[in-house]
Each structure stands twice: as C-alpha cells, then as structure tokens.
Ligand binder design. Structure first.
Ligand code: 4UV
Length: 528
C-alpha cells in the first residue's frame, strides 16, 4: 500500500452549495463567474447564487426535494450551472445525461435513475422530450431552459419567487449526483456520489492544480461528465475563477474564445491535444494568455503533450480519474516537472494498492526505479458509495476495506509517481467518452440477422481507440459489416458507434459463457 506524498487536506463537512457559495464575500460576489462563450453574456457570482436559490425555491414549490432525482440534459451553457446547483440546493439528486445521447439512451438513464423531472434545452428537446414521454413524464415536468411552447422555461422558474428551502442533509451519505458509468464490466450503472465525495475531490485537487481568481478557464469539456463537473466547474467556482462556456468543441471557436476572453487555464482530453499540436489554424491565434493545460480522460501521448506545451508556450499536465472516484485520484501538480506519460502523484487523503491480477499479491513500491504493473486500487473520501440498485456490481468493484478496484493497470516509481499502462476492464474510451461493450453487444443481438456478437476496443491507423464488433450472423443471412455499422449508428450517440465490424463463425467464450475478450485482443495484436 502507498499513500499520497502530500499532507492531508481539510474536507469541510458541508453540502456542495455551502462549500461553493456560503462564504462568498461581497467582493467576490461582484466578480464574473460565467461567460457564455458564443454571446459573451456574463453572470456574476451574486447573480449565479440568486439563480441557484431561485431554482431551488421553484423546485421546492413543485414538491421536488430530498429523495428525488432530476435529469439534466444540457450542453455547457451558464444555465447548466444555475440548474445543477439549484437542484442540489433543493436537496434533490441530479443525474447528468450526455447531451449527444439518442432518445433511447436518455430514456434508459431517466428510467434507471427514477428521474421525476428533466431539464433540457430546445436543441435537445427532440431526444429529451421523447425520452421523458417514454418514461411517463408530462410536458410540465420537462423544463426547456431557453423556452419552448408547452414547457416551463428557466425564466418561469426564476420568477416563481419561493425562497430556497432549508434543507438538512448529511453530506456524507446524501447523494448529490448520479452520473452513469459502466465501471469495470457490464452496462452503464448509476454512480452514487455524495456531497462529501464532490467537496472532497475539489478540496483534494485544489492545492495541486493552483487555480486562482485571476484565472479564466475555458469550459469545453462537458459539465455532464464528472471530469468537467468537478475539476472544471466546481473547482473554478470555489476558486472564484471565471468560466467561459462552450456548448460543443469547434476548434475555431475554441481558439477564438481563448484569444478574445484571454483564457489562461484549459482542461482538455487527448483529441483536443492532437488539434492543438497539429492543426495549422492554431498558428493564426494569439494564445499567449494560456499558462496551464490539463489533459485527462484517456492516455495522453507524452510527445503529443510536449508538442502542445512547446507550441502554446505553456505547461501541460495530466490527471487520471474515474467517475466512481468523483473523479480524480492522481494528477501531475501544475508546478511539478514529471514525465507526461505519467499521471503524477496520488492526491491528498488517498491511499493506493497495486495488485497483481493473476496472483492477488500486492506489488510494493520499489526502492528505486519503477515497479511491475498491477491493478490500481484506490481508497479515499472521493470514492463512490456504490452503484444504484446494484449490490453485485458494487461488491465486485468496492472491497470490504473500502478500496475501489479501478480496472486500470499501473506502475509506481520509487518516488510515488504513478503511470497508467493498460486497461484490464472491458471499457472502451472513444475521444475520452465511455463506450460499454456490453451495451453494444446487447444492441447488436436485437438485430434480426445477428446471432452473436462481441465488442472490444482496437487501435485505428491514428492510434485512436475505436469500438470493433465481431458478429456471428444467423444461418443463411448475408448482411455486410457496413450495414451493421450504419444500423448501430442510428441507435446510439456518435461516440458509441461501432467503427469496425468483422463477421466471424463464432465468438470465443469460456465454459461459463463469458466472452473471452483477451483472445480477441490477442487476435488483433497478432495482426499488427
Ligand atoms: O469514468 P470515466 O469516464 O472518467 C474519466 C475521468 C477523467 C479525469 C478525471 C480527473 C482528471 O483530473 C482528469 O484529468 C481526468 O475519464 O473513465 C475512467 C477511465 O478512463 C481512463 C481509465 O481507464 C479510467 O478508468 N482514463 C482516465 N484518465 C486517464 C485514463 C489517463 N490520464 N490515462 C489513462 N487512462
């Protein structure tokens, strides 16, 4: 076992709202909290807090509070922030939904989480409205923030006038957010994250990321994903930094906003690093205000990270996390000079084990050099309570000692620096987004011509991880791989598309019927 090399930090025993807003000074209240990138519209901390309180009051007036789940299907716009924190302030739980989801996927999450209301925006109303309809929510339960015929709008909620309720919850047990993650195996499950989990992870990363009130942070990574929610949104709010929101990634708009808004701190995933390092358009903008870039959500190629640092003249660091850890467990501190292929040190208040998956034996921190690889286990105040209504998946992931088994293989150096070297679990990451093989396999089995299937992640020509399906056809059928690709694409969010299909005679399986993914991976490796 090894601990964080940093001293423990104090984790206040408060709700997320109190942590972010209770100590807001008059001076800070007049600072700009949010800038809507496309329009330039600004919201101060005072205005934001008033909106959060108003949303909480309006929800309380509708009878929404402790024990209720509310869905939030919304891109990065300032209203996301008012609504997200308003729901928490009302004592309810937010389930954040990927804004690229199809109606089928939104409905599945709303149903699983037991959502009683949905907040969305006009461009996503087709998917959100159909999903809400499917699970039996009425038009009045679907708030369309920017206004749509027949639905309440954010303006309606802000003018209800009911004061925010006095809610008393135990931050250690009360679930604040319910993001969905497939974890190490199976389909996506609700991840129970408490107020304490979220407060802890901000408090733990805060000393290492060195964000200040002078920072202008570009919010392009989605707030609905836990990386955007904790490290971007909540950290920037507590630091009283300025967040510039971007609803979707577009390189030109990204560069324009960095230049026009004087952004200083960028949170990215590796595909954005590729654009920043290689795209000719980058040279046309003045990006000199940027001092720090943090990449996470998928492995960053060290040479690529270095190229970004040199081109932008800034420091580039890497963080590692997982939805189930709220999400951060490791990060390269902003001012530390560590190899970019590492994920830095274990953050404060956190302990790790590296366990050989074959033998179950602990791998020790070596006296010098780097250890063998083992599965990374993590224990700390940021680790989830468990999965919603899924005791088995919880028991498979969280052990009796409180260690979360990440399903990632890592090494540790004598000085405690951790490097993620491989993924043991089924999960595929496409552009930093989760793709659960089990979900695609289940979907493929509903295709009339498909008898069996298995999905794994393979590397494409650019080294990008992409989902590949092995498909066994029903006898006498002759559907092509491209037809299957197109059929799946109609039913899932773009990042979950199957991008390669191979028709095979049989799927390799164990005697108990489990797909032998290792065999499929070995087969792919043999082709390289
Ligand atoms: O559950 P999830 O989608 O969660 C994330 C979280 C990413 C974060 C969190 C905090 C940061 O400071 C930060 O920089 C990034 O992505 O997916 C979890 C899985 O994604 C892989 C790994 O397999 C996790 O179990 N992953 C995430 N970050 C890295 C990574 C990384 N830096 N290197 C390699 N794999």
């Amino acid at each position: 076992m090894f601990r964080s090399p940093f001293p423990d930090v104090d984790i206040p025993d408060v709700t997320v709202y109190d942590y972010l807003f209770a100590s807001l000074t008059d001076e800070d209240a007049d600072r700009v909290a949010l800038v809507d990138g496309p329009s330039g519209r600004e919201t101060t901390f005072r205005e934001l807090r008033a909106q959060v309180d108003a949303v909480a009051g309006a929800l309380a007036a509708r009878g929404i509070g402790v024990g209720d789940v509310v869905g939030l299907l919304c891109p990065n716009v300032p209203a996301f922030v008012a609504v997200f924190h308003g729901i928490l302030r009302a004592g309810a739980t937010v389930t954040t939904v990927n804004s690229l989801y199809t109606a089928r996927e939104v409905a599945s999450q709303l149903r699983s989480s037991g959502a009683r209301m949905l907040f969305t925006v006009t461009p996503l109303l087709a998917a959100g409205g159909a999903a809400a309809d499917e699970i039996g929510l009425g038009a009045d339960d679907v708030v369309v923030l920017d206004g749509a015929e027949g639905h309440p709008s954010l303006r309606d909620l802000l003018t209800v006038g009911t004061p925010a309720p006095d809610v008393h919850v135990d931050p250690s047990t009360h679930v604040a957010v319910l993001p969905y993650s497939s974890g190490t195996t199976g389909v996506a499950k609700g991840v129970l994250l408490t107020h304490r989990n979220l407060v802890a992870n901000v408090a733990q990363t805060s000393p290492l990321l060195e964000m200040t009130p002078e920072d202008r942070v570009l919010a392009v990574l989605p707030f609905f994903h836990i990386y955007g929610l904790t490290v971007l949104l909540n950290l920037a709010l507590v630091k009283r930094a300025r967040l510039v929101t971007m609803p979707r990634f577009d390189l030109q708009q990204f560069l324009q906003l960095v230049q026009d808004q004087g952004c200083t701190y960028l949170f990215i995933a590796p595909p954005i690093a590729v654009a920043l390092a290689k795209h000719p358009m980058v040279a046309e903008y003045d990006l000199r205000t940027v001092h720090t870039v943090l990449s996470g959500a998928a492995p960053l190629d060290a040479a690529l990270g270095q190229a970004v640092a040199e081109r932008l003249g800034c420091r580039v660091k890497q963080g590692y996390g997982m939805t189930e850890m709220s999400p951060v467990s490791h990060v390269i501190p902003a001012s530390a000079d560590l190899p970019l292929d590492s994920v830095g040190w274990t953050i404060p208040n956190t302990e790790c084990r590296l366990v050989d998956p074959a033998t179950g034996q602990d791998i020790d921190v070596p006296a010098e050099g780097e250890s063998e690889a083992g599965e990374l286990w993590v224990r700390g105040p940021q680790v989830m309570v468990g999965y919603l209504d899924n005791a088995q998946a919880t028991a498979d992931t969280l052990d009796d000692d409180g260690f979360l088994h990440t399903g990632d293989m890592a090494t540790v150096r004598a000085d405690g620096v951790v490097t993620i070297v491989d993924r043991l679990k089924e999960l595929i990451k496409y552009h930093g987004y989760q793709v659960a093989p089990a979900e695609l396999e289940a979907l493929l089995l509903t295709h009339d011509d498909v008898a069996d299937s298995a999905v794994i992640g393979i590397r494409d020509e650019e080294g990008e991880e992409v989902p590949k399906a092995y498909v066994v056809l029903q006898p006498g059928r002759a559907v092509s791989g491209d037809e299957i690709i197109a059929w799946v694409a109609e039913r899932v969010a773009p990042h979950k598309k199957v991008r390669r299909v191979e028709i095979v005679e049989a799927i390799p399986k164990s005697s108990s019927g489990k797909i032998l993914r290792r065999d499929l991976r070995a087969r792919e490796a043999g082709r390289l």
